[in-house]
Design a protein around this ligand. Structure first.
Ligand SMILES: [Zn+2]
Length: 198
C-alpha cells in the first residue's frame, strides 16, 4: 500500500532539490509524476519549483481551495510530489493521507516544520501526525550545529521576533539556525553584530 511521506527541515536544507531529484528518479523509470507547489510562492515564478542549485520545473499550484482527489489527477500517476507543504491546510493533508491509503498513490510532501516564532504551520502539524514516514532533512547553522529553527530577518537585516506566520510579498528573509543560536541571538540586532550573522 502507498504511503504519505513528510520530509521536513528548516530553511535552505535543499528540500526543493530533493523533490526534483525524486521526480527525476520516478521519470527515469518511465513513471509519471505530478508536482505541486503553494500558489503564493513566487520565488521562482508562479507555478515553478526552483532549487537553489539552479534547477527549475513547472508545477501545478495549490491554494486553500484545492482538493486532492484521485478524479482530479491524471490517470496512471505513480507519485504526487508537493513542495512548500507547510502551506497545505490540515484538511488537505487528510485528503492526501486518504489518497495514499485509499487511492494507493504515494504522496511525498516537502516543507518546513515550524515558523520563525517556533510555532508549527497547521499543515505541518497535521503532516507530523498523519505521515507514515517522517524524514528530517539536515542543514547546518553558521556555528556548525544542526539547524532546526528559522530566523526571520527584515529588509534592513534585523531579526524579527513577532509578526504574521506568512507574509505575502514581503522583503523578509530567513536563516536556518540551531536552537542555541536562536535563543542566544534573541534581542540581538544582527545589523550591529555582523560577525555573528555572517
Ligand atoms: Zn548555531
Amino acid at each position: 500500500m502507498a504511503k504519505l511521506y513528510f520530509r521536513y527541515a528548516a530553511m535552505n536544507a535543499g528540500k526543493s532539490t530533493a523533490l526534483l531529484q525524486a521526480a527525476y528518479n520516478y521519470e527515469e523509470r518511465g513513471m509519471q509524476v505530478a508536482l505541486f507547489t503553494a500558489a503564493h510562492d513566487s520565488r521562482s515564478g508562479r507555478g515553478q519549483i526552483g532549487s537553489r542549485l539552479g534547477l527549475t520545473r513547472p508545477a501545478a499550484t495549490f491554494g486553500p481551495e484545492t482538493r486532492f482527489e484521485r478524479a482530479a489527477l491524471p490517470a496512471g500517476l505513480a507519485c504526487l510530489l508537493i513542495d512548500e507543504a507547510q502551506f497545505l491546510t490540515p484538511d488537505q493533508v487528510l485528503q492526501l493521507h486518504r489518497l495514499a491509503h485509499v487511492g494507493d498513490l504515494p504522496v511525498l510532501c516537502y516543507g518546513l516544520r515550524g515558523d520563525f516564532r517556533g510555532e508549527p504551520f497547521p499543515g505541518s502539524a497535521r503532516l507530523l501526525t498523519l505521515a507514515d514516514e517522517l524524514e528530517e532533512m539536515k542543514t547546518i547553522c553558521a556555528c556548525g550545529r544542526k539547524a532546526s529553527m528559522n530566523m526571520r530577518i527584515d529588509a534592513e537585516g534585523r531579526r524579527v521576533l513577532e509578526g504574521e506566520q506568512v507574509l505575502i510579498g514581503g522583503n523578509e528573509r530567513y536563516r536556518a539556525v540551531c536552537p542555541s543560536c536562536y535563543y542566544a541571538e534573541q534581542g540581538v540586532d544582527p545589523a550591529r553584530a555582523p560577525g555573528l550573522f555572517g
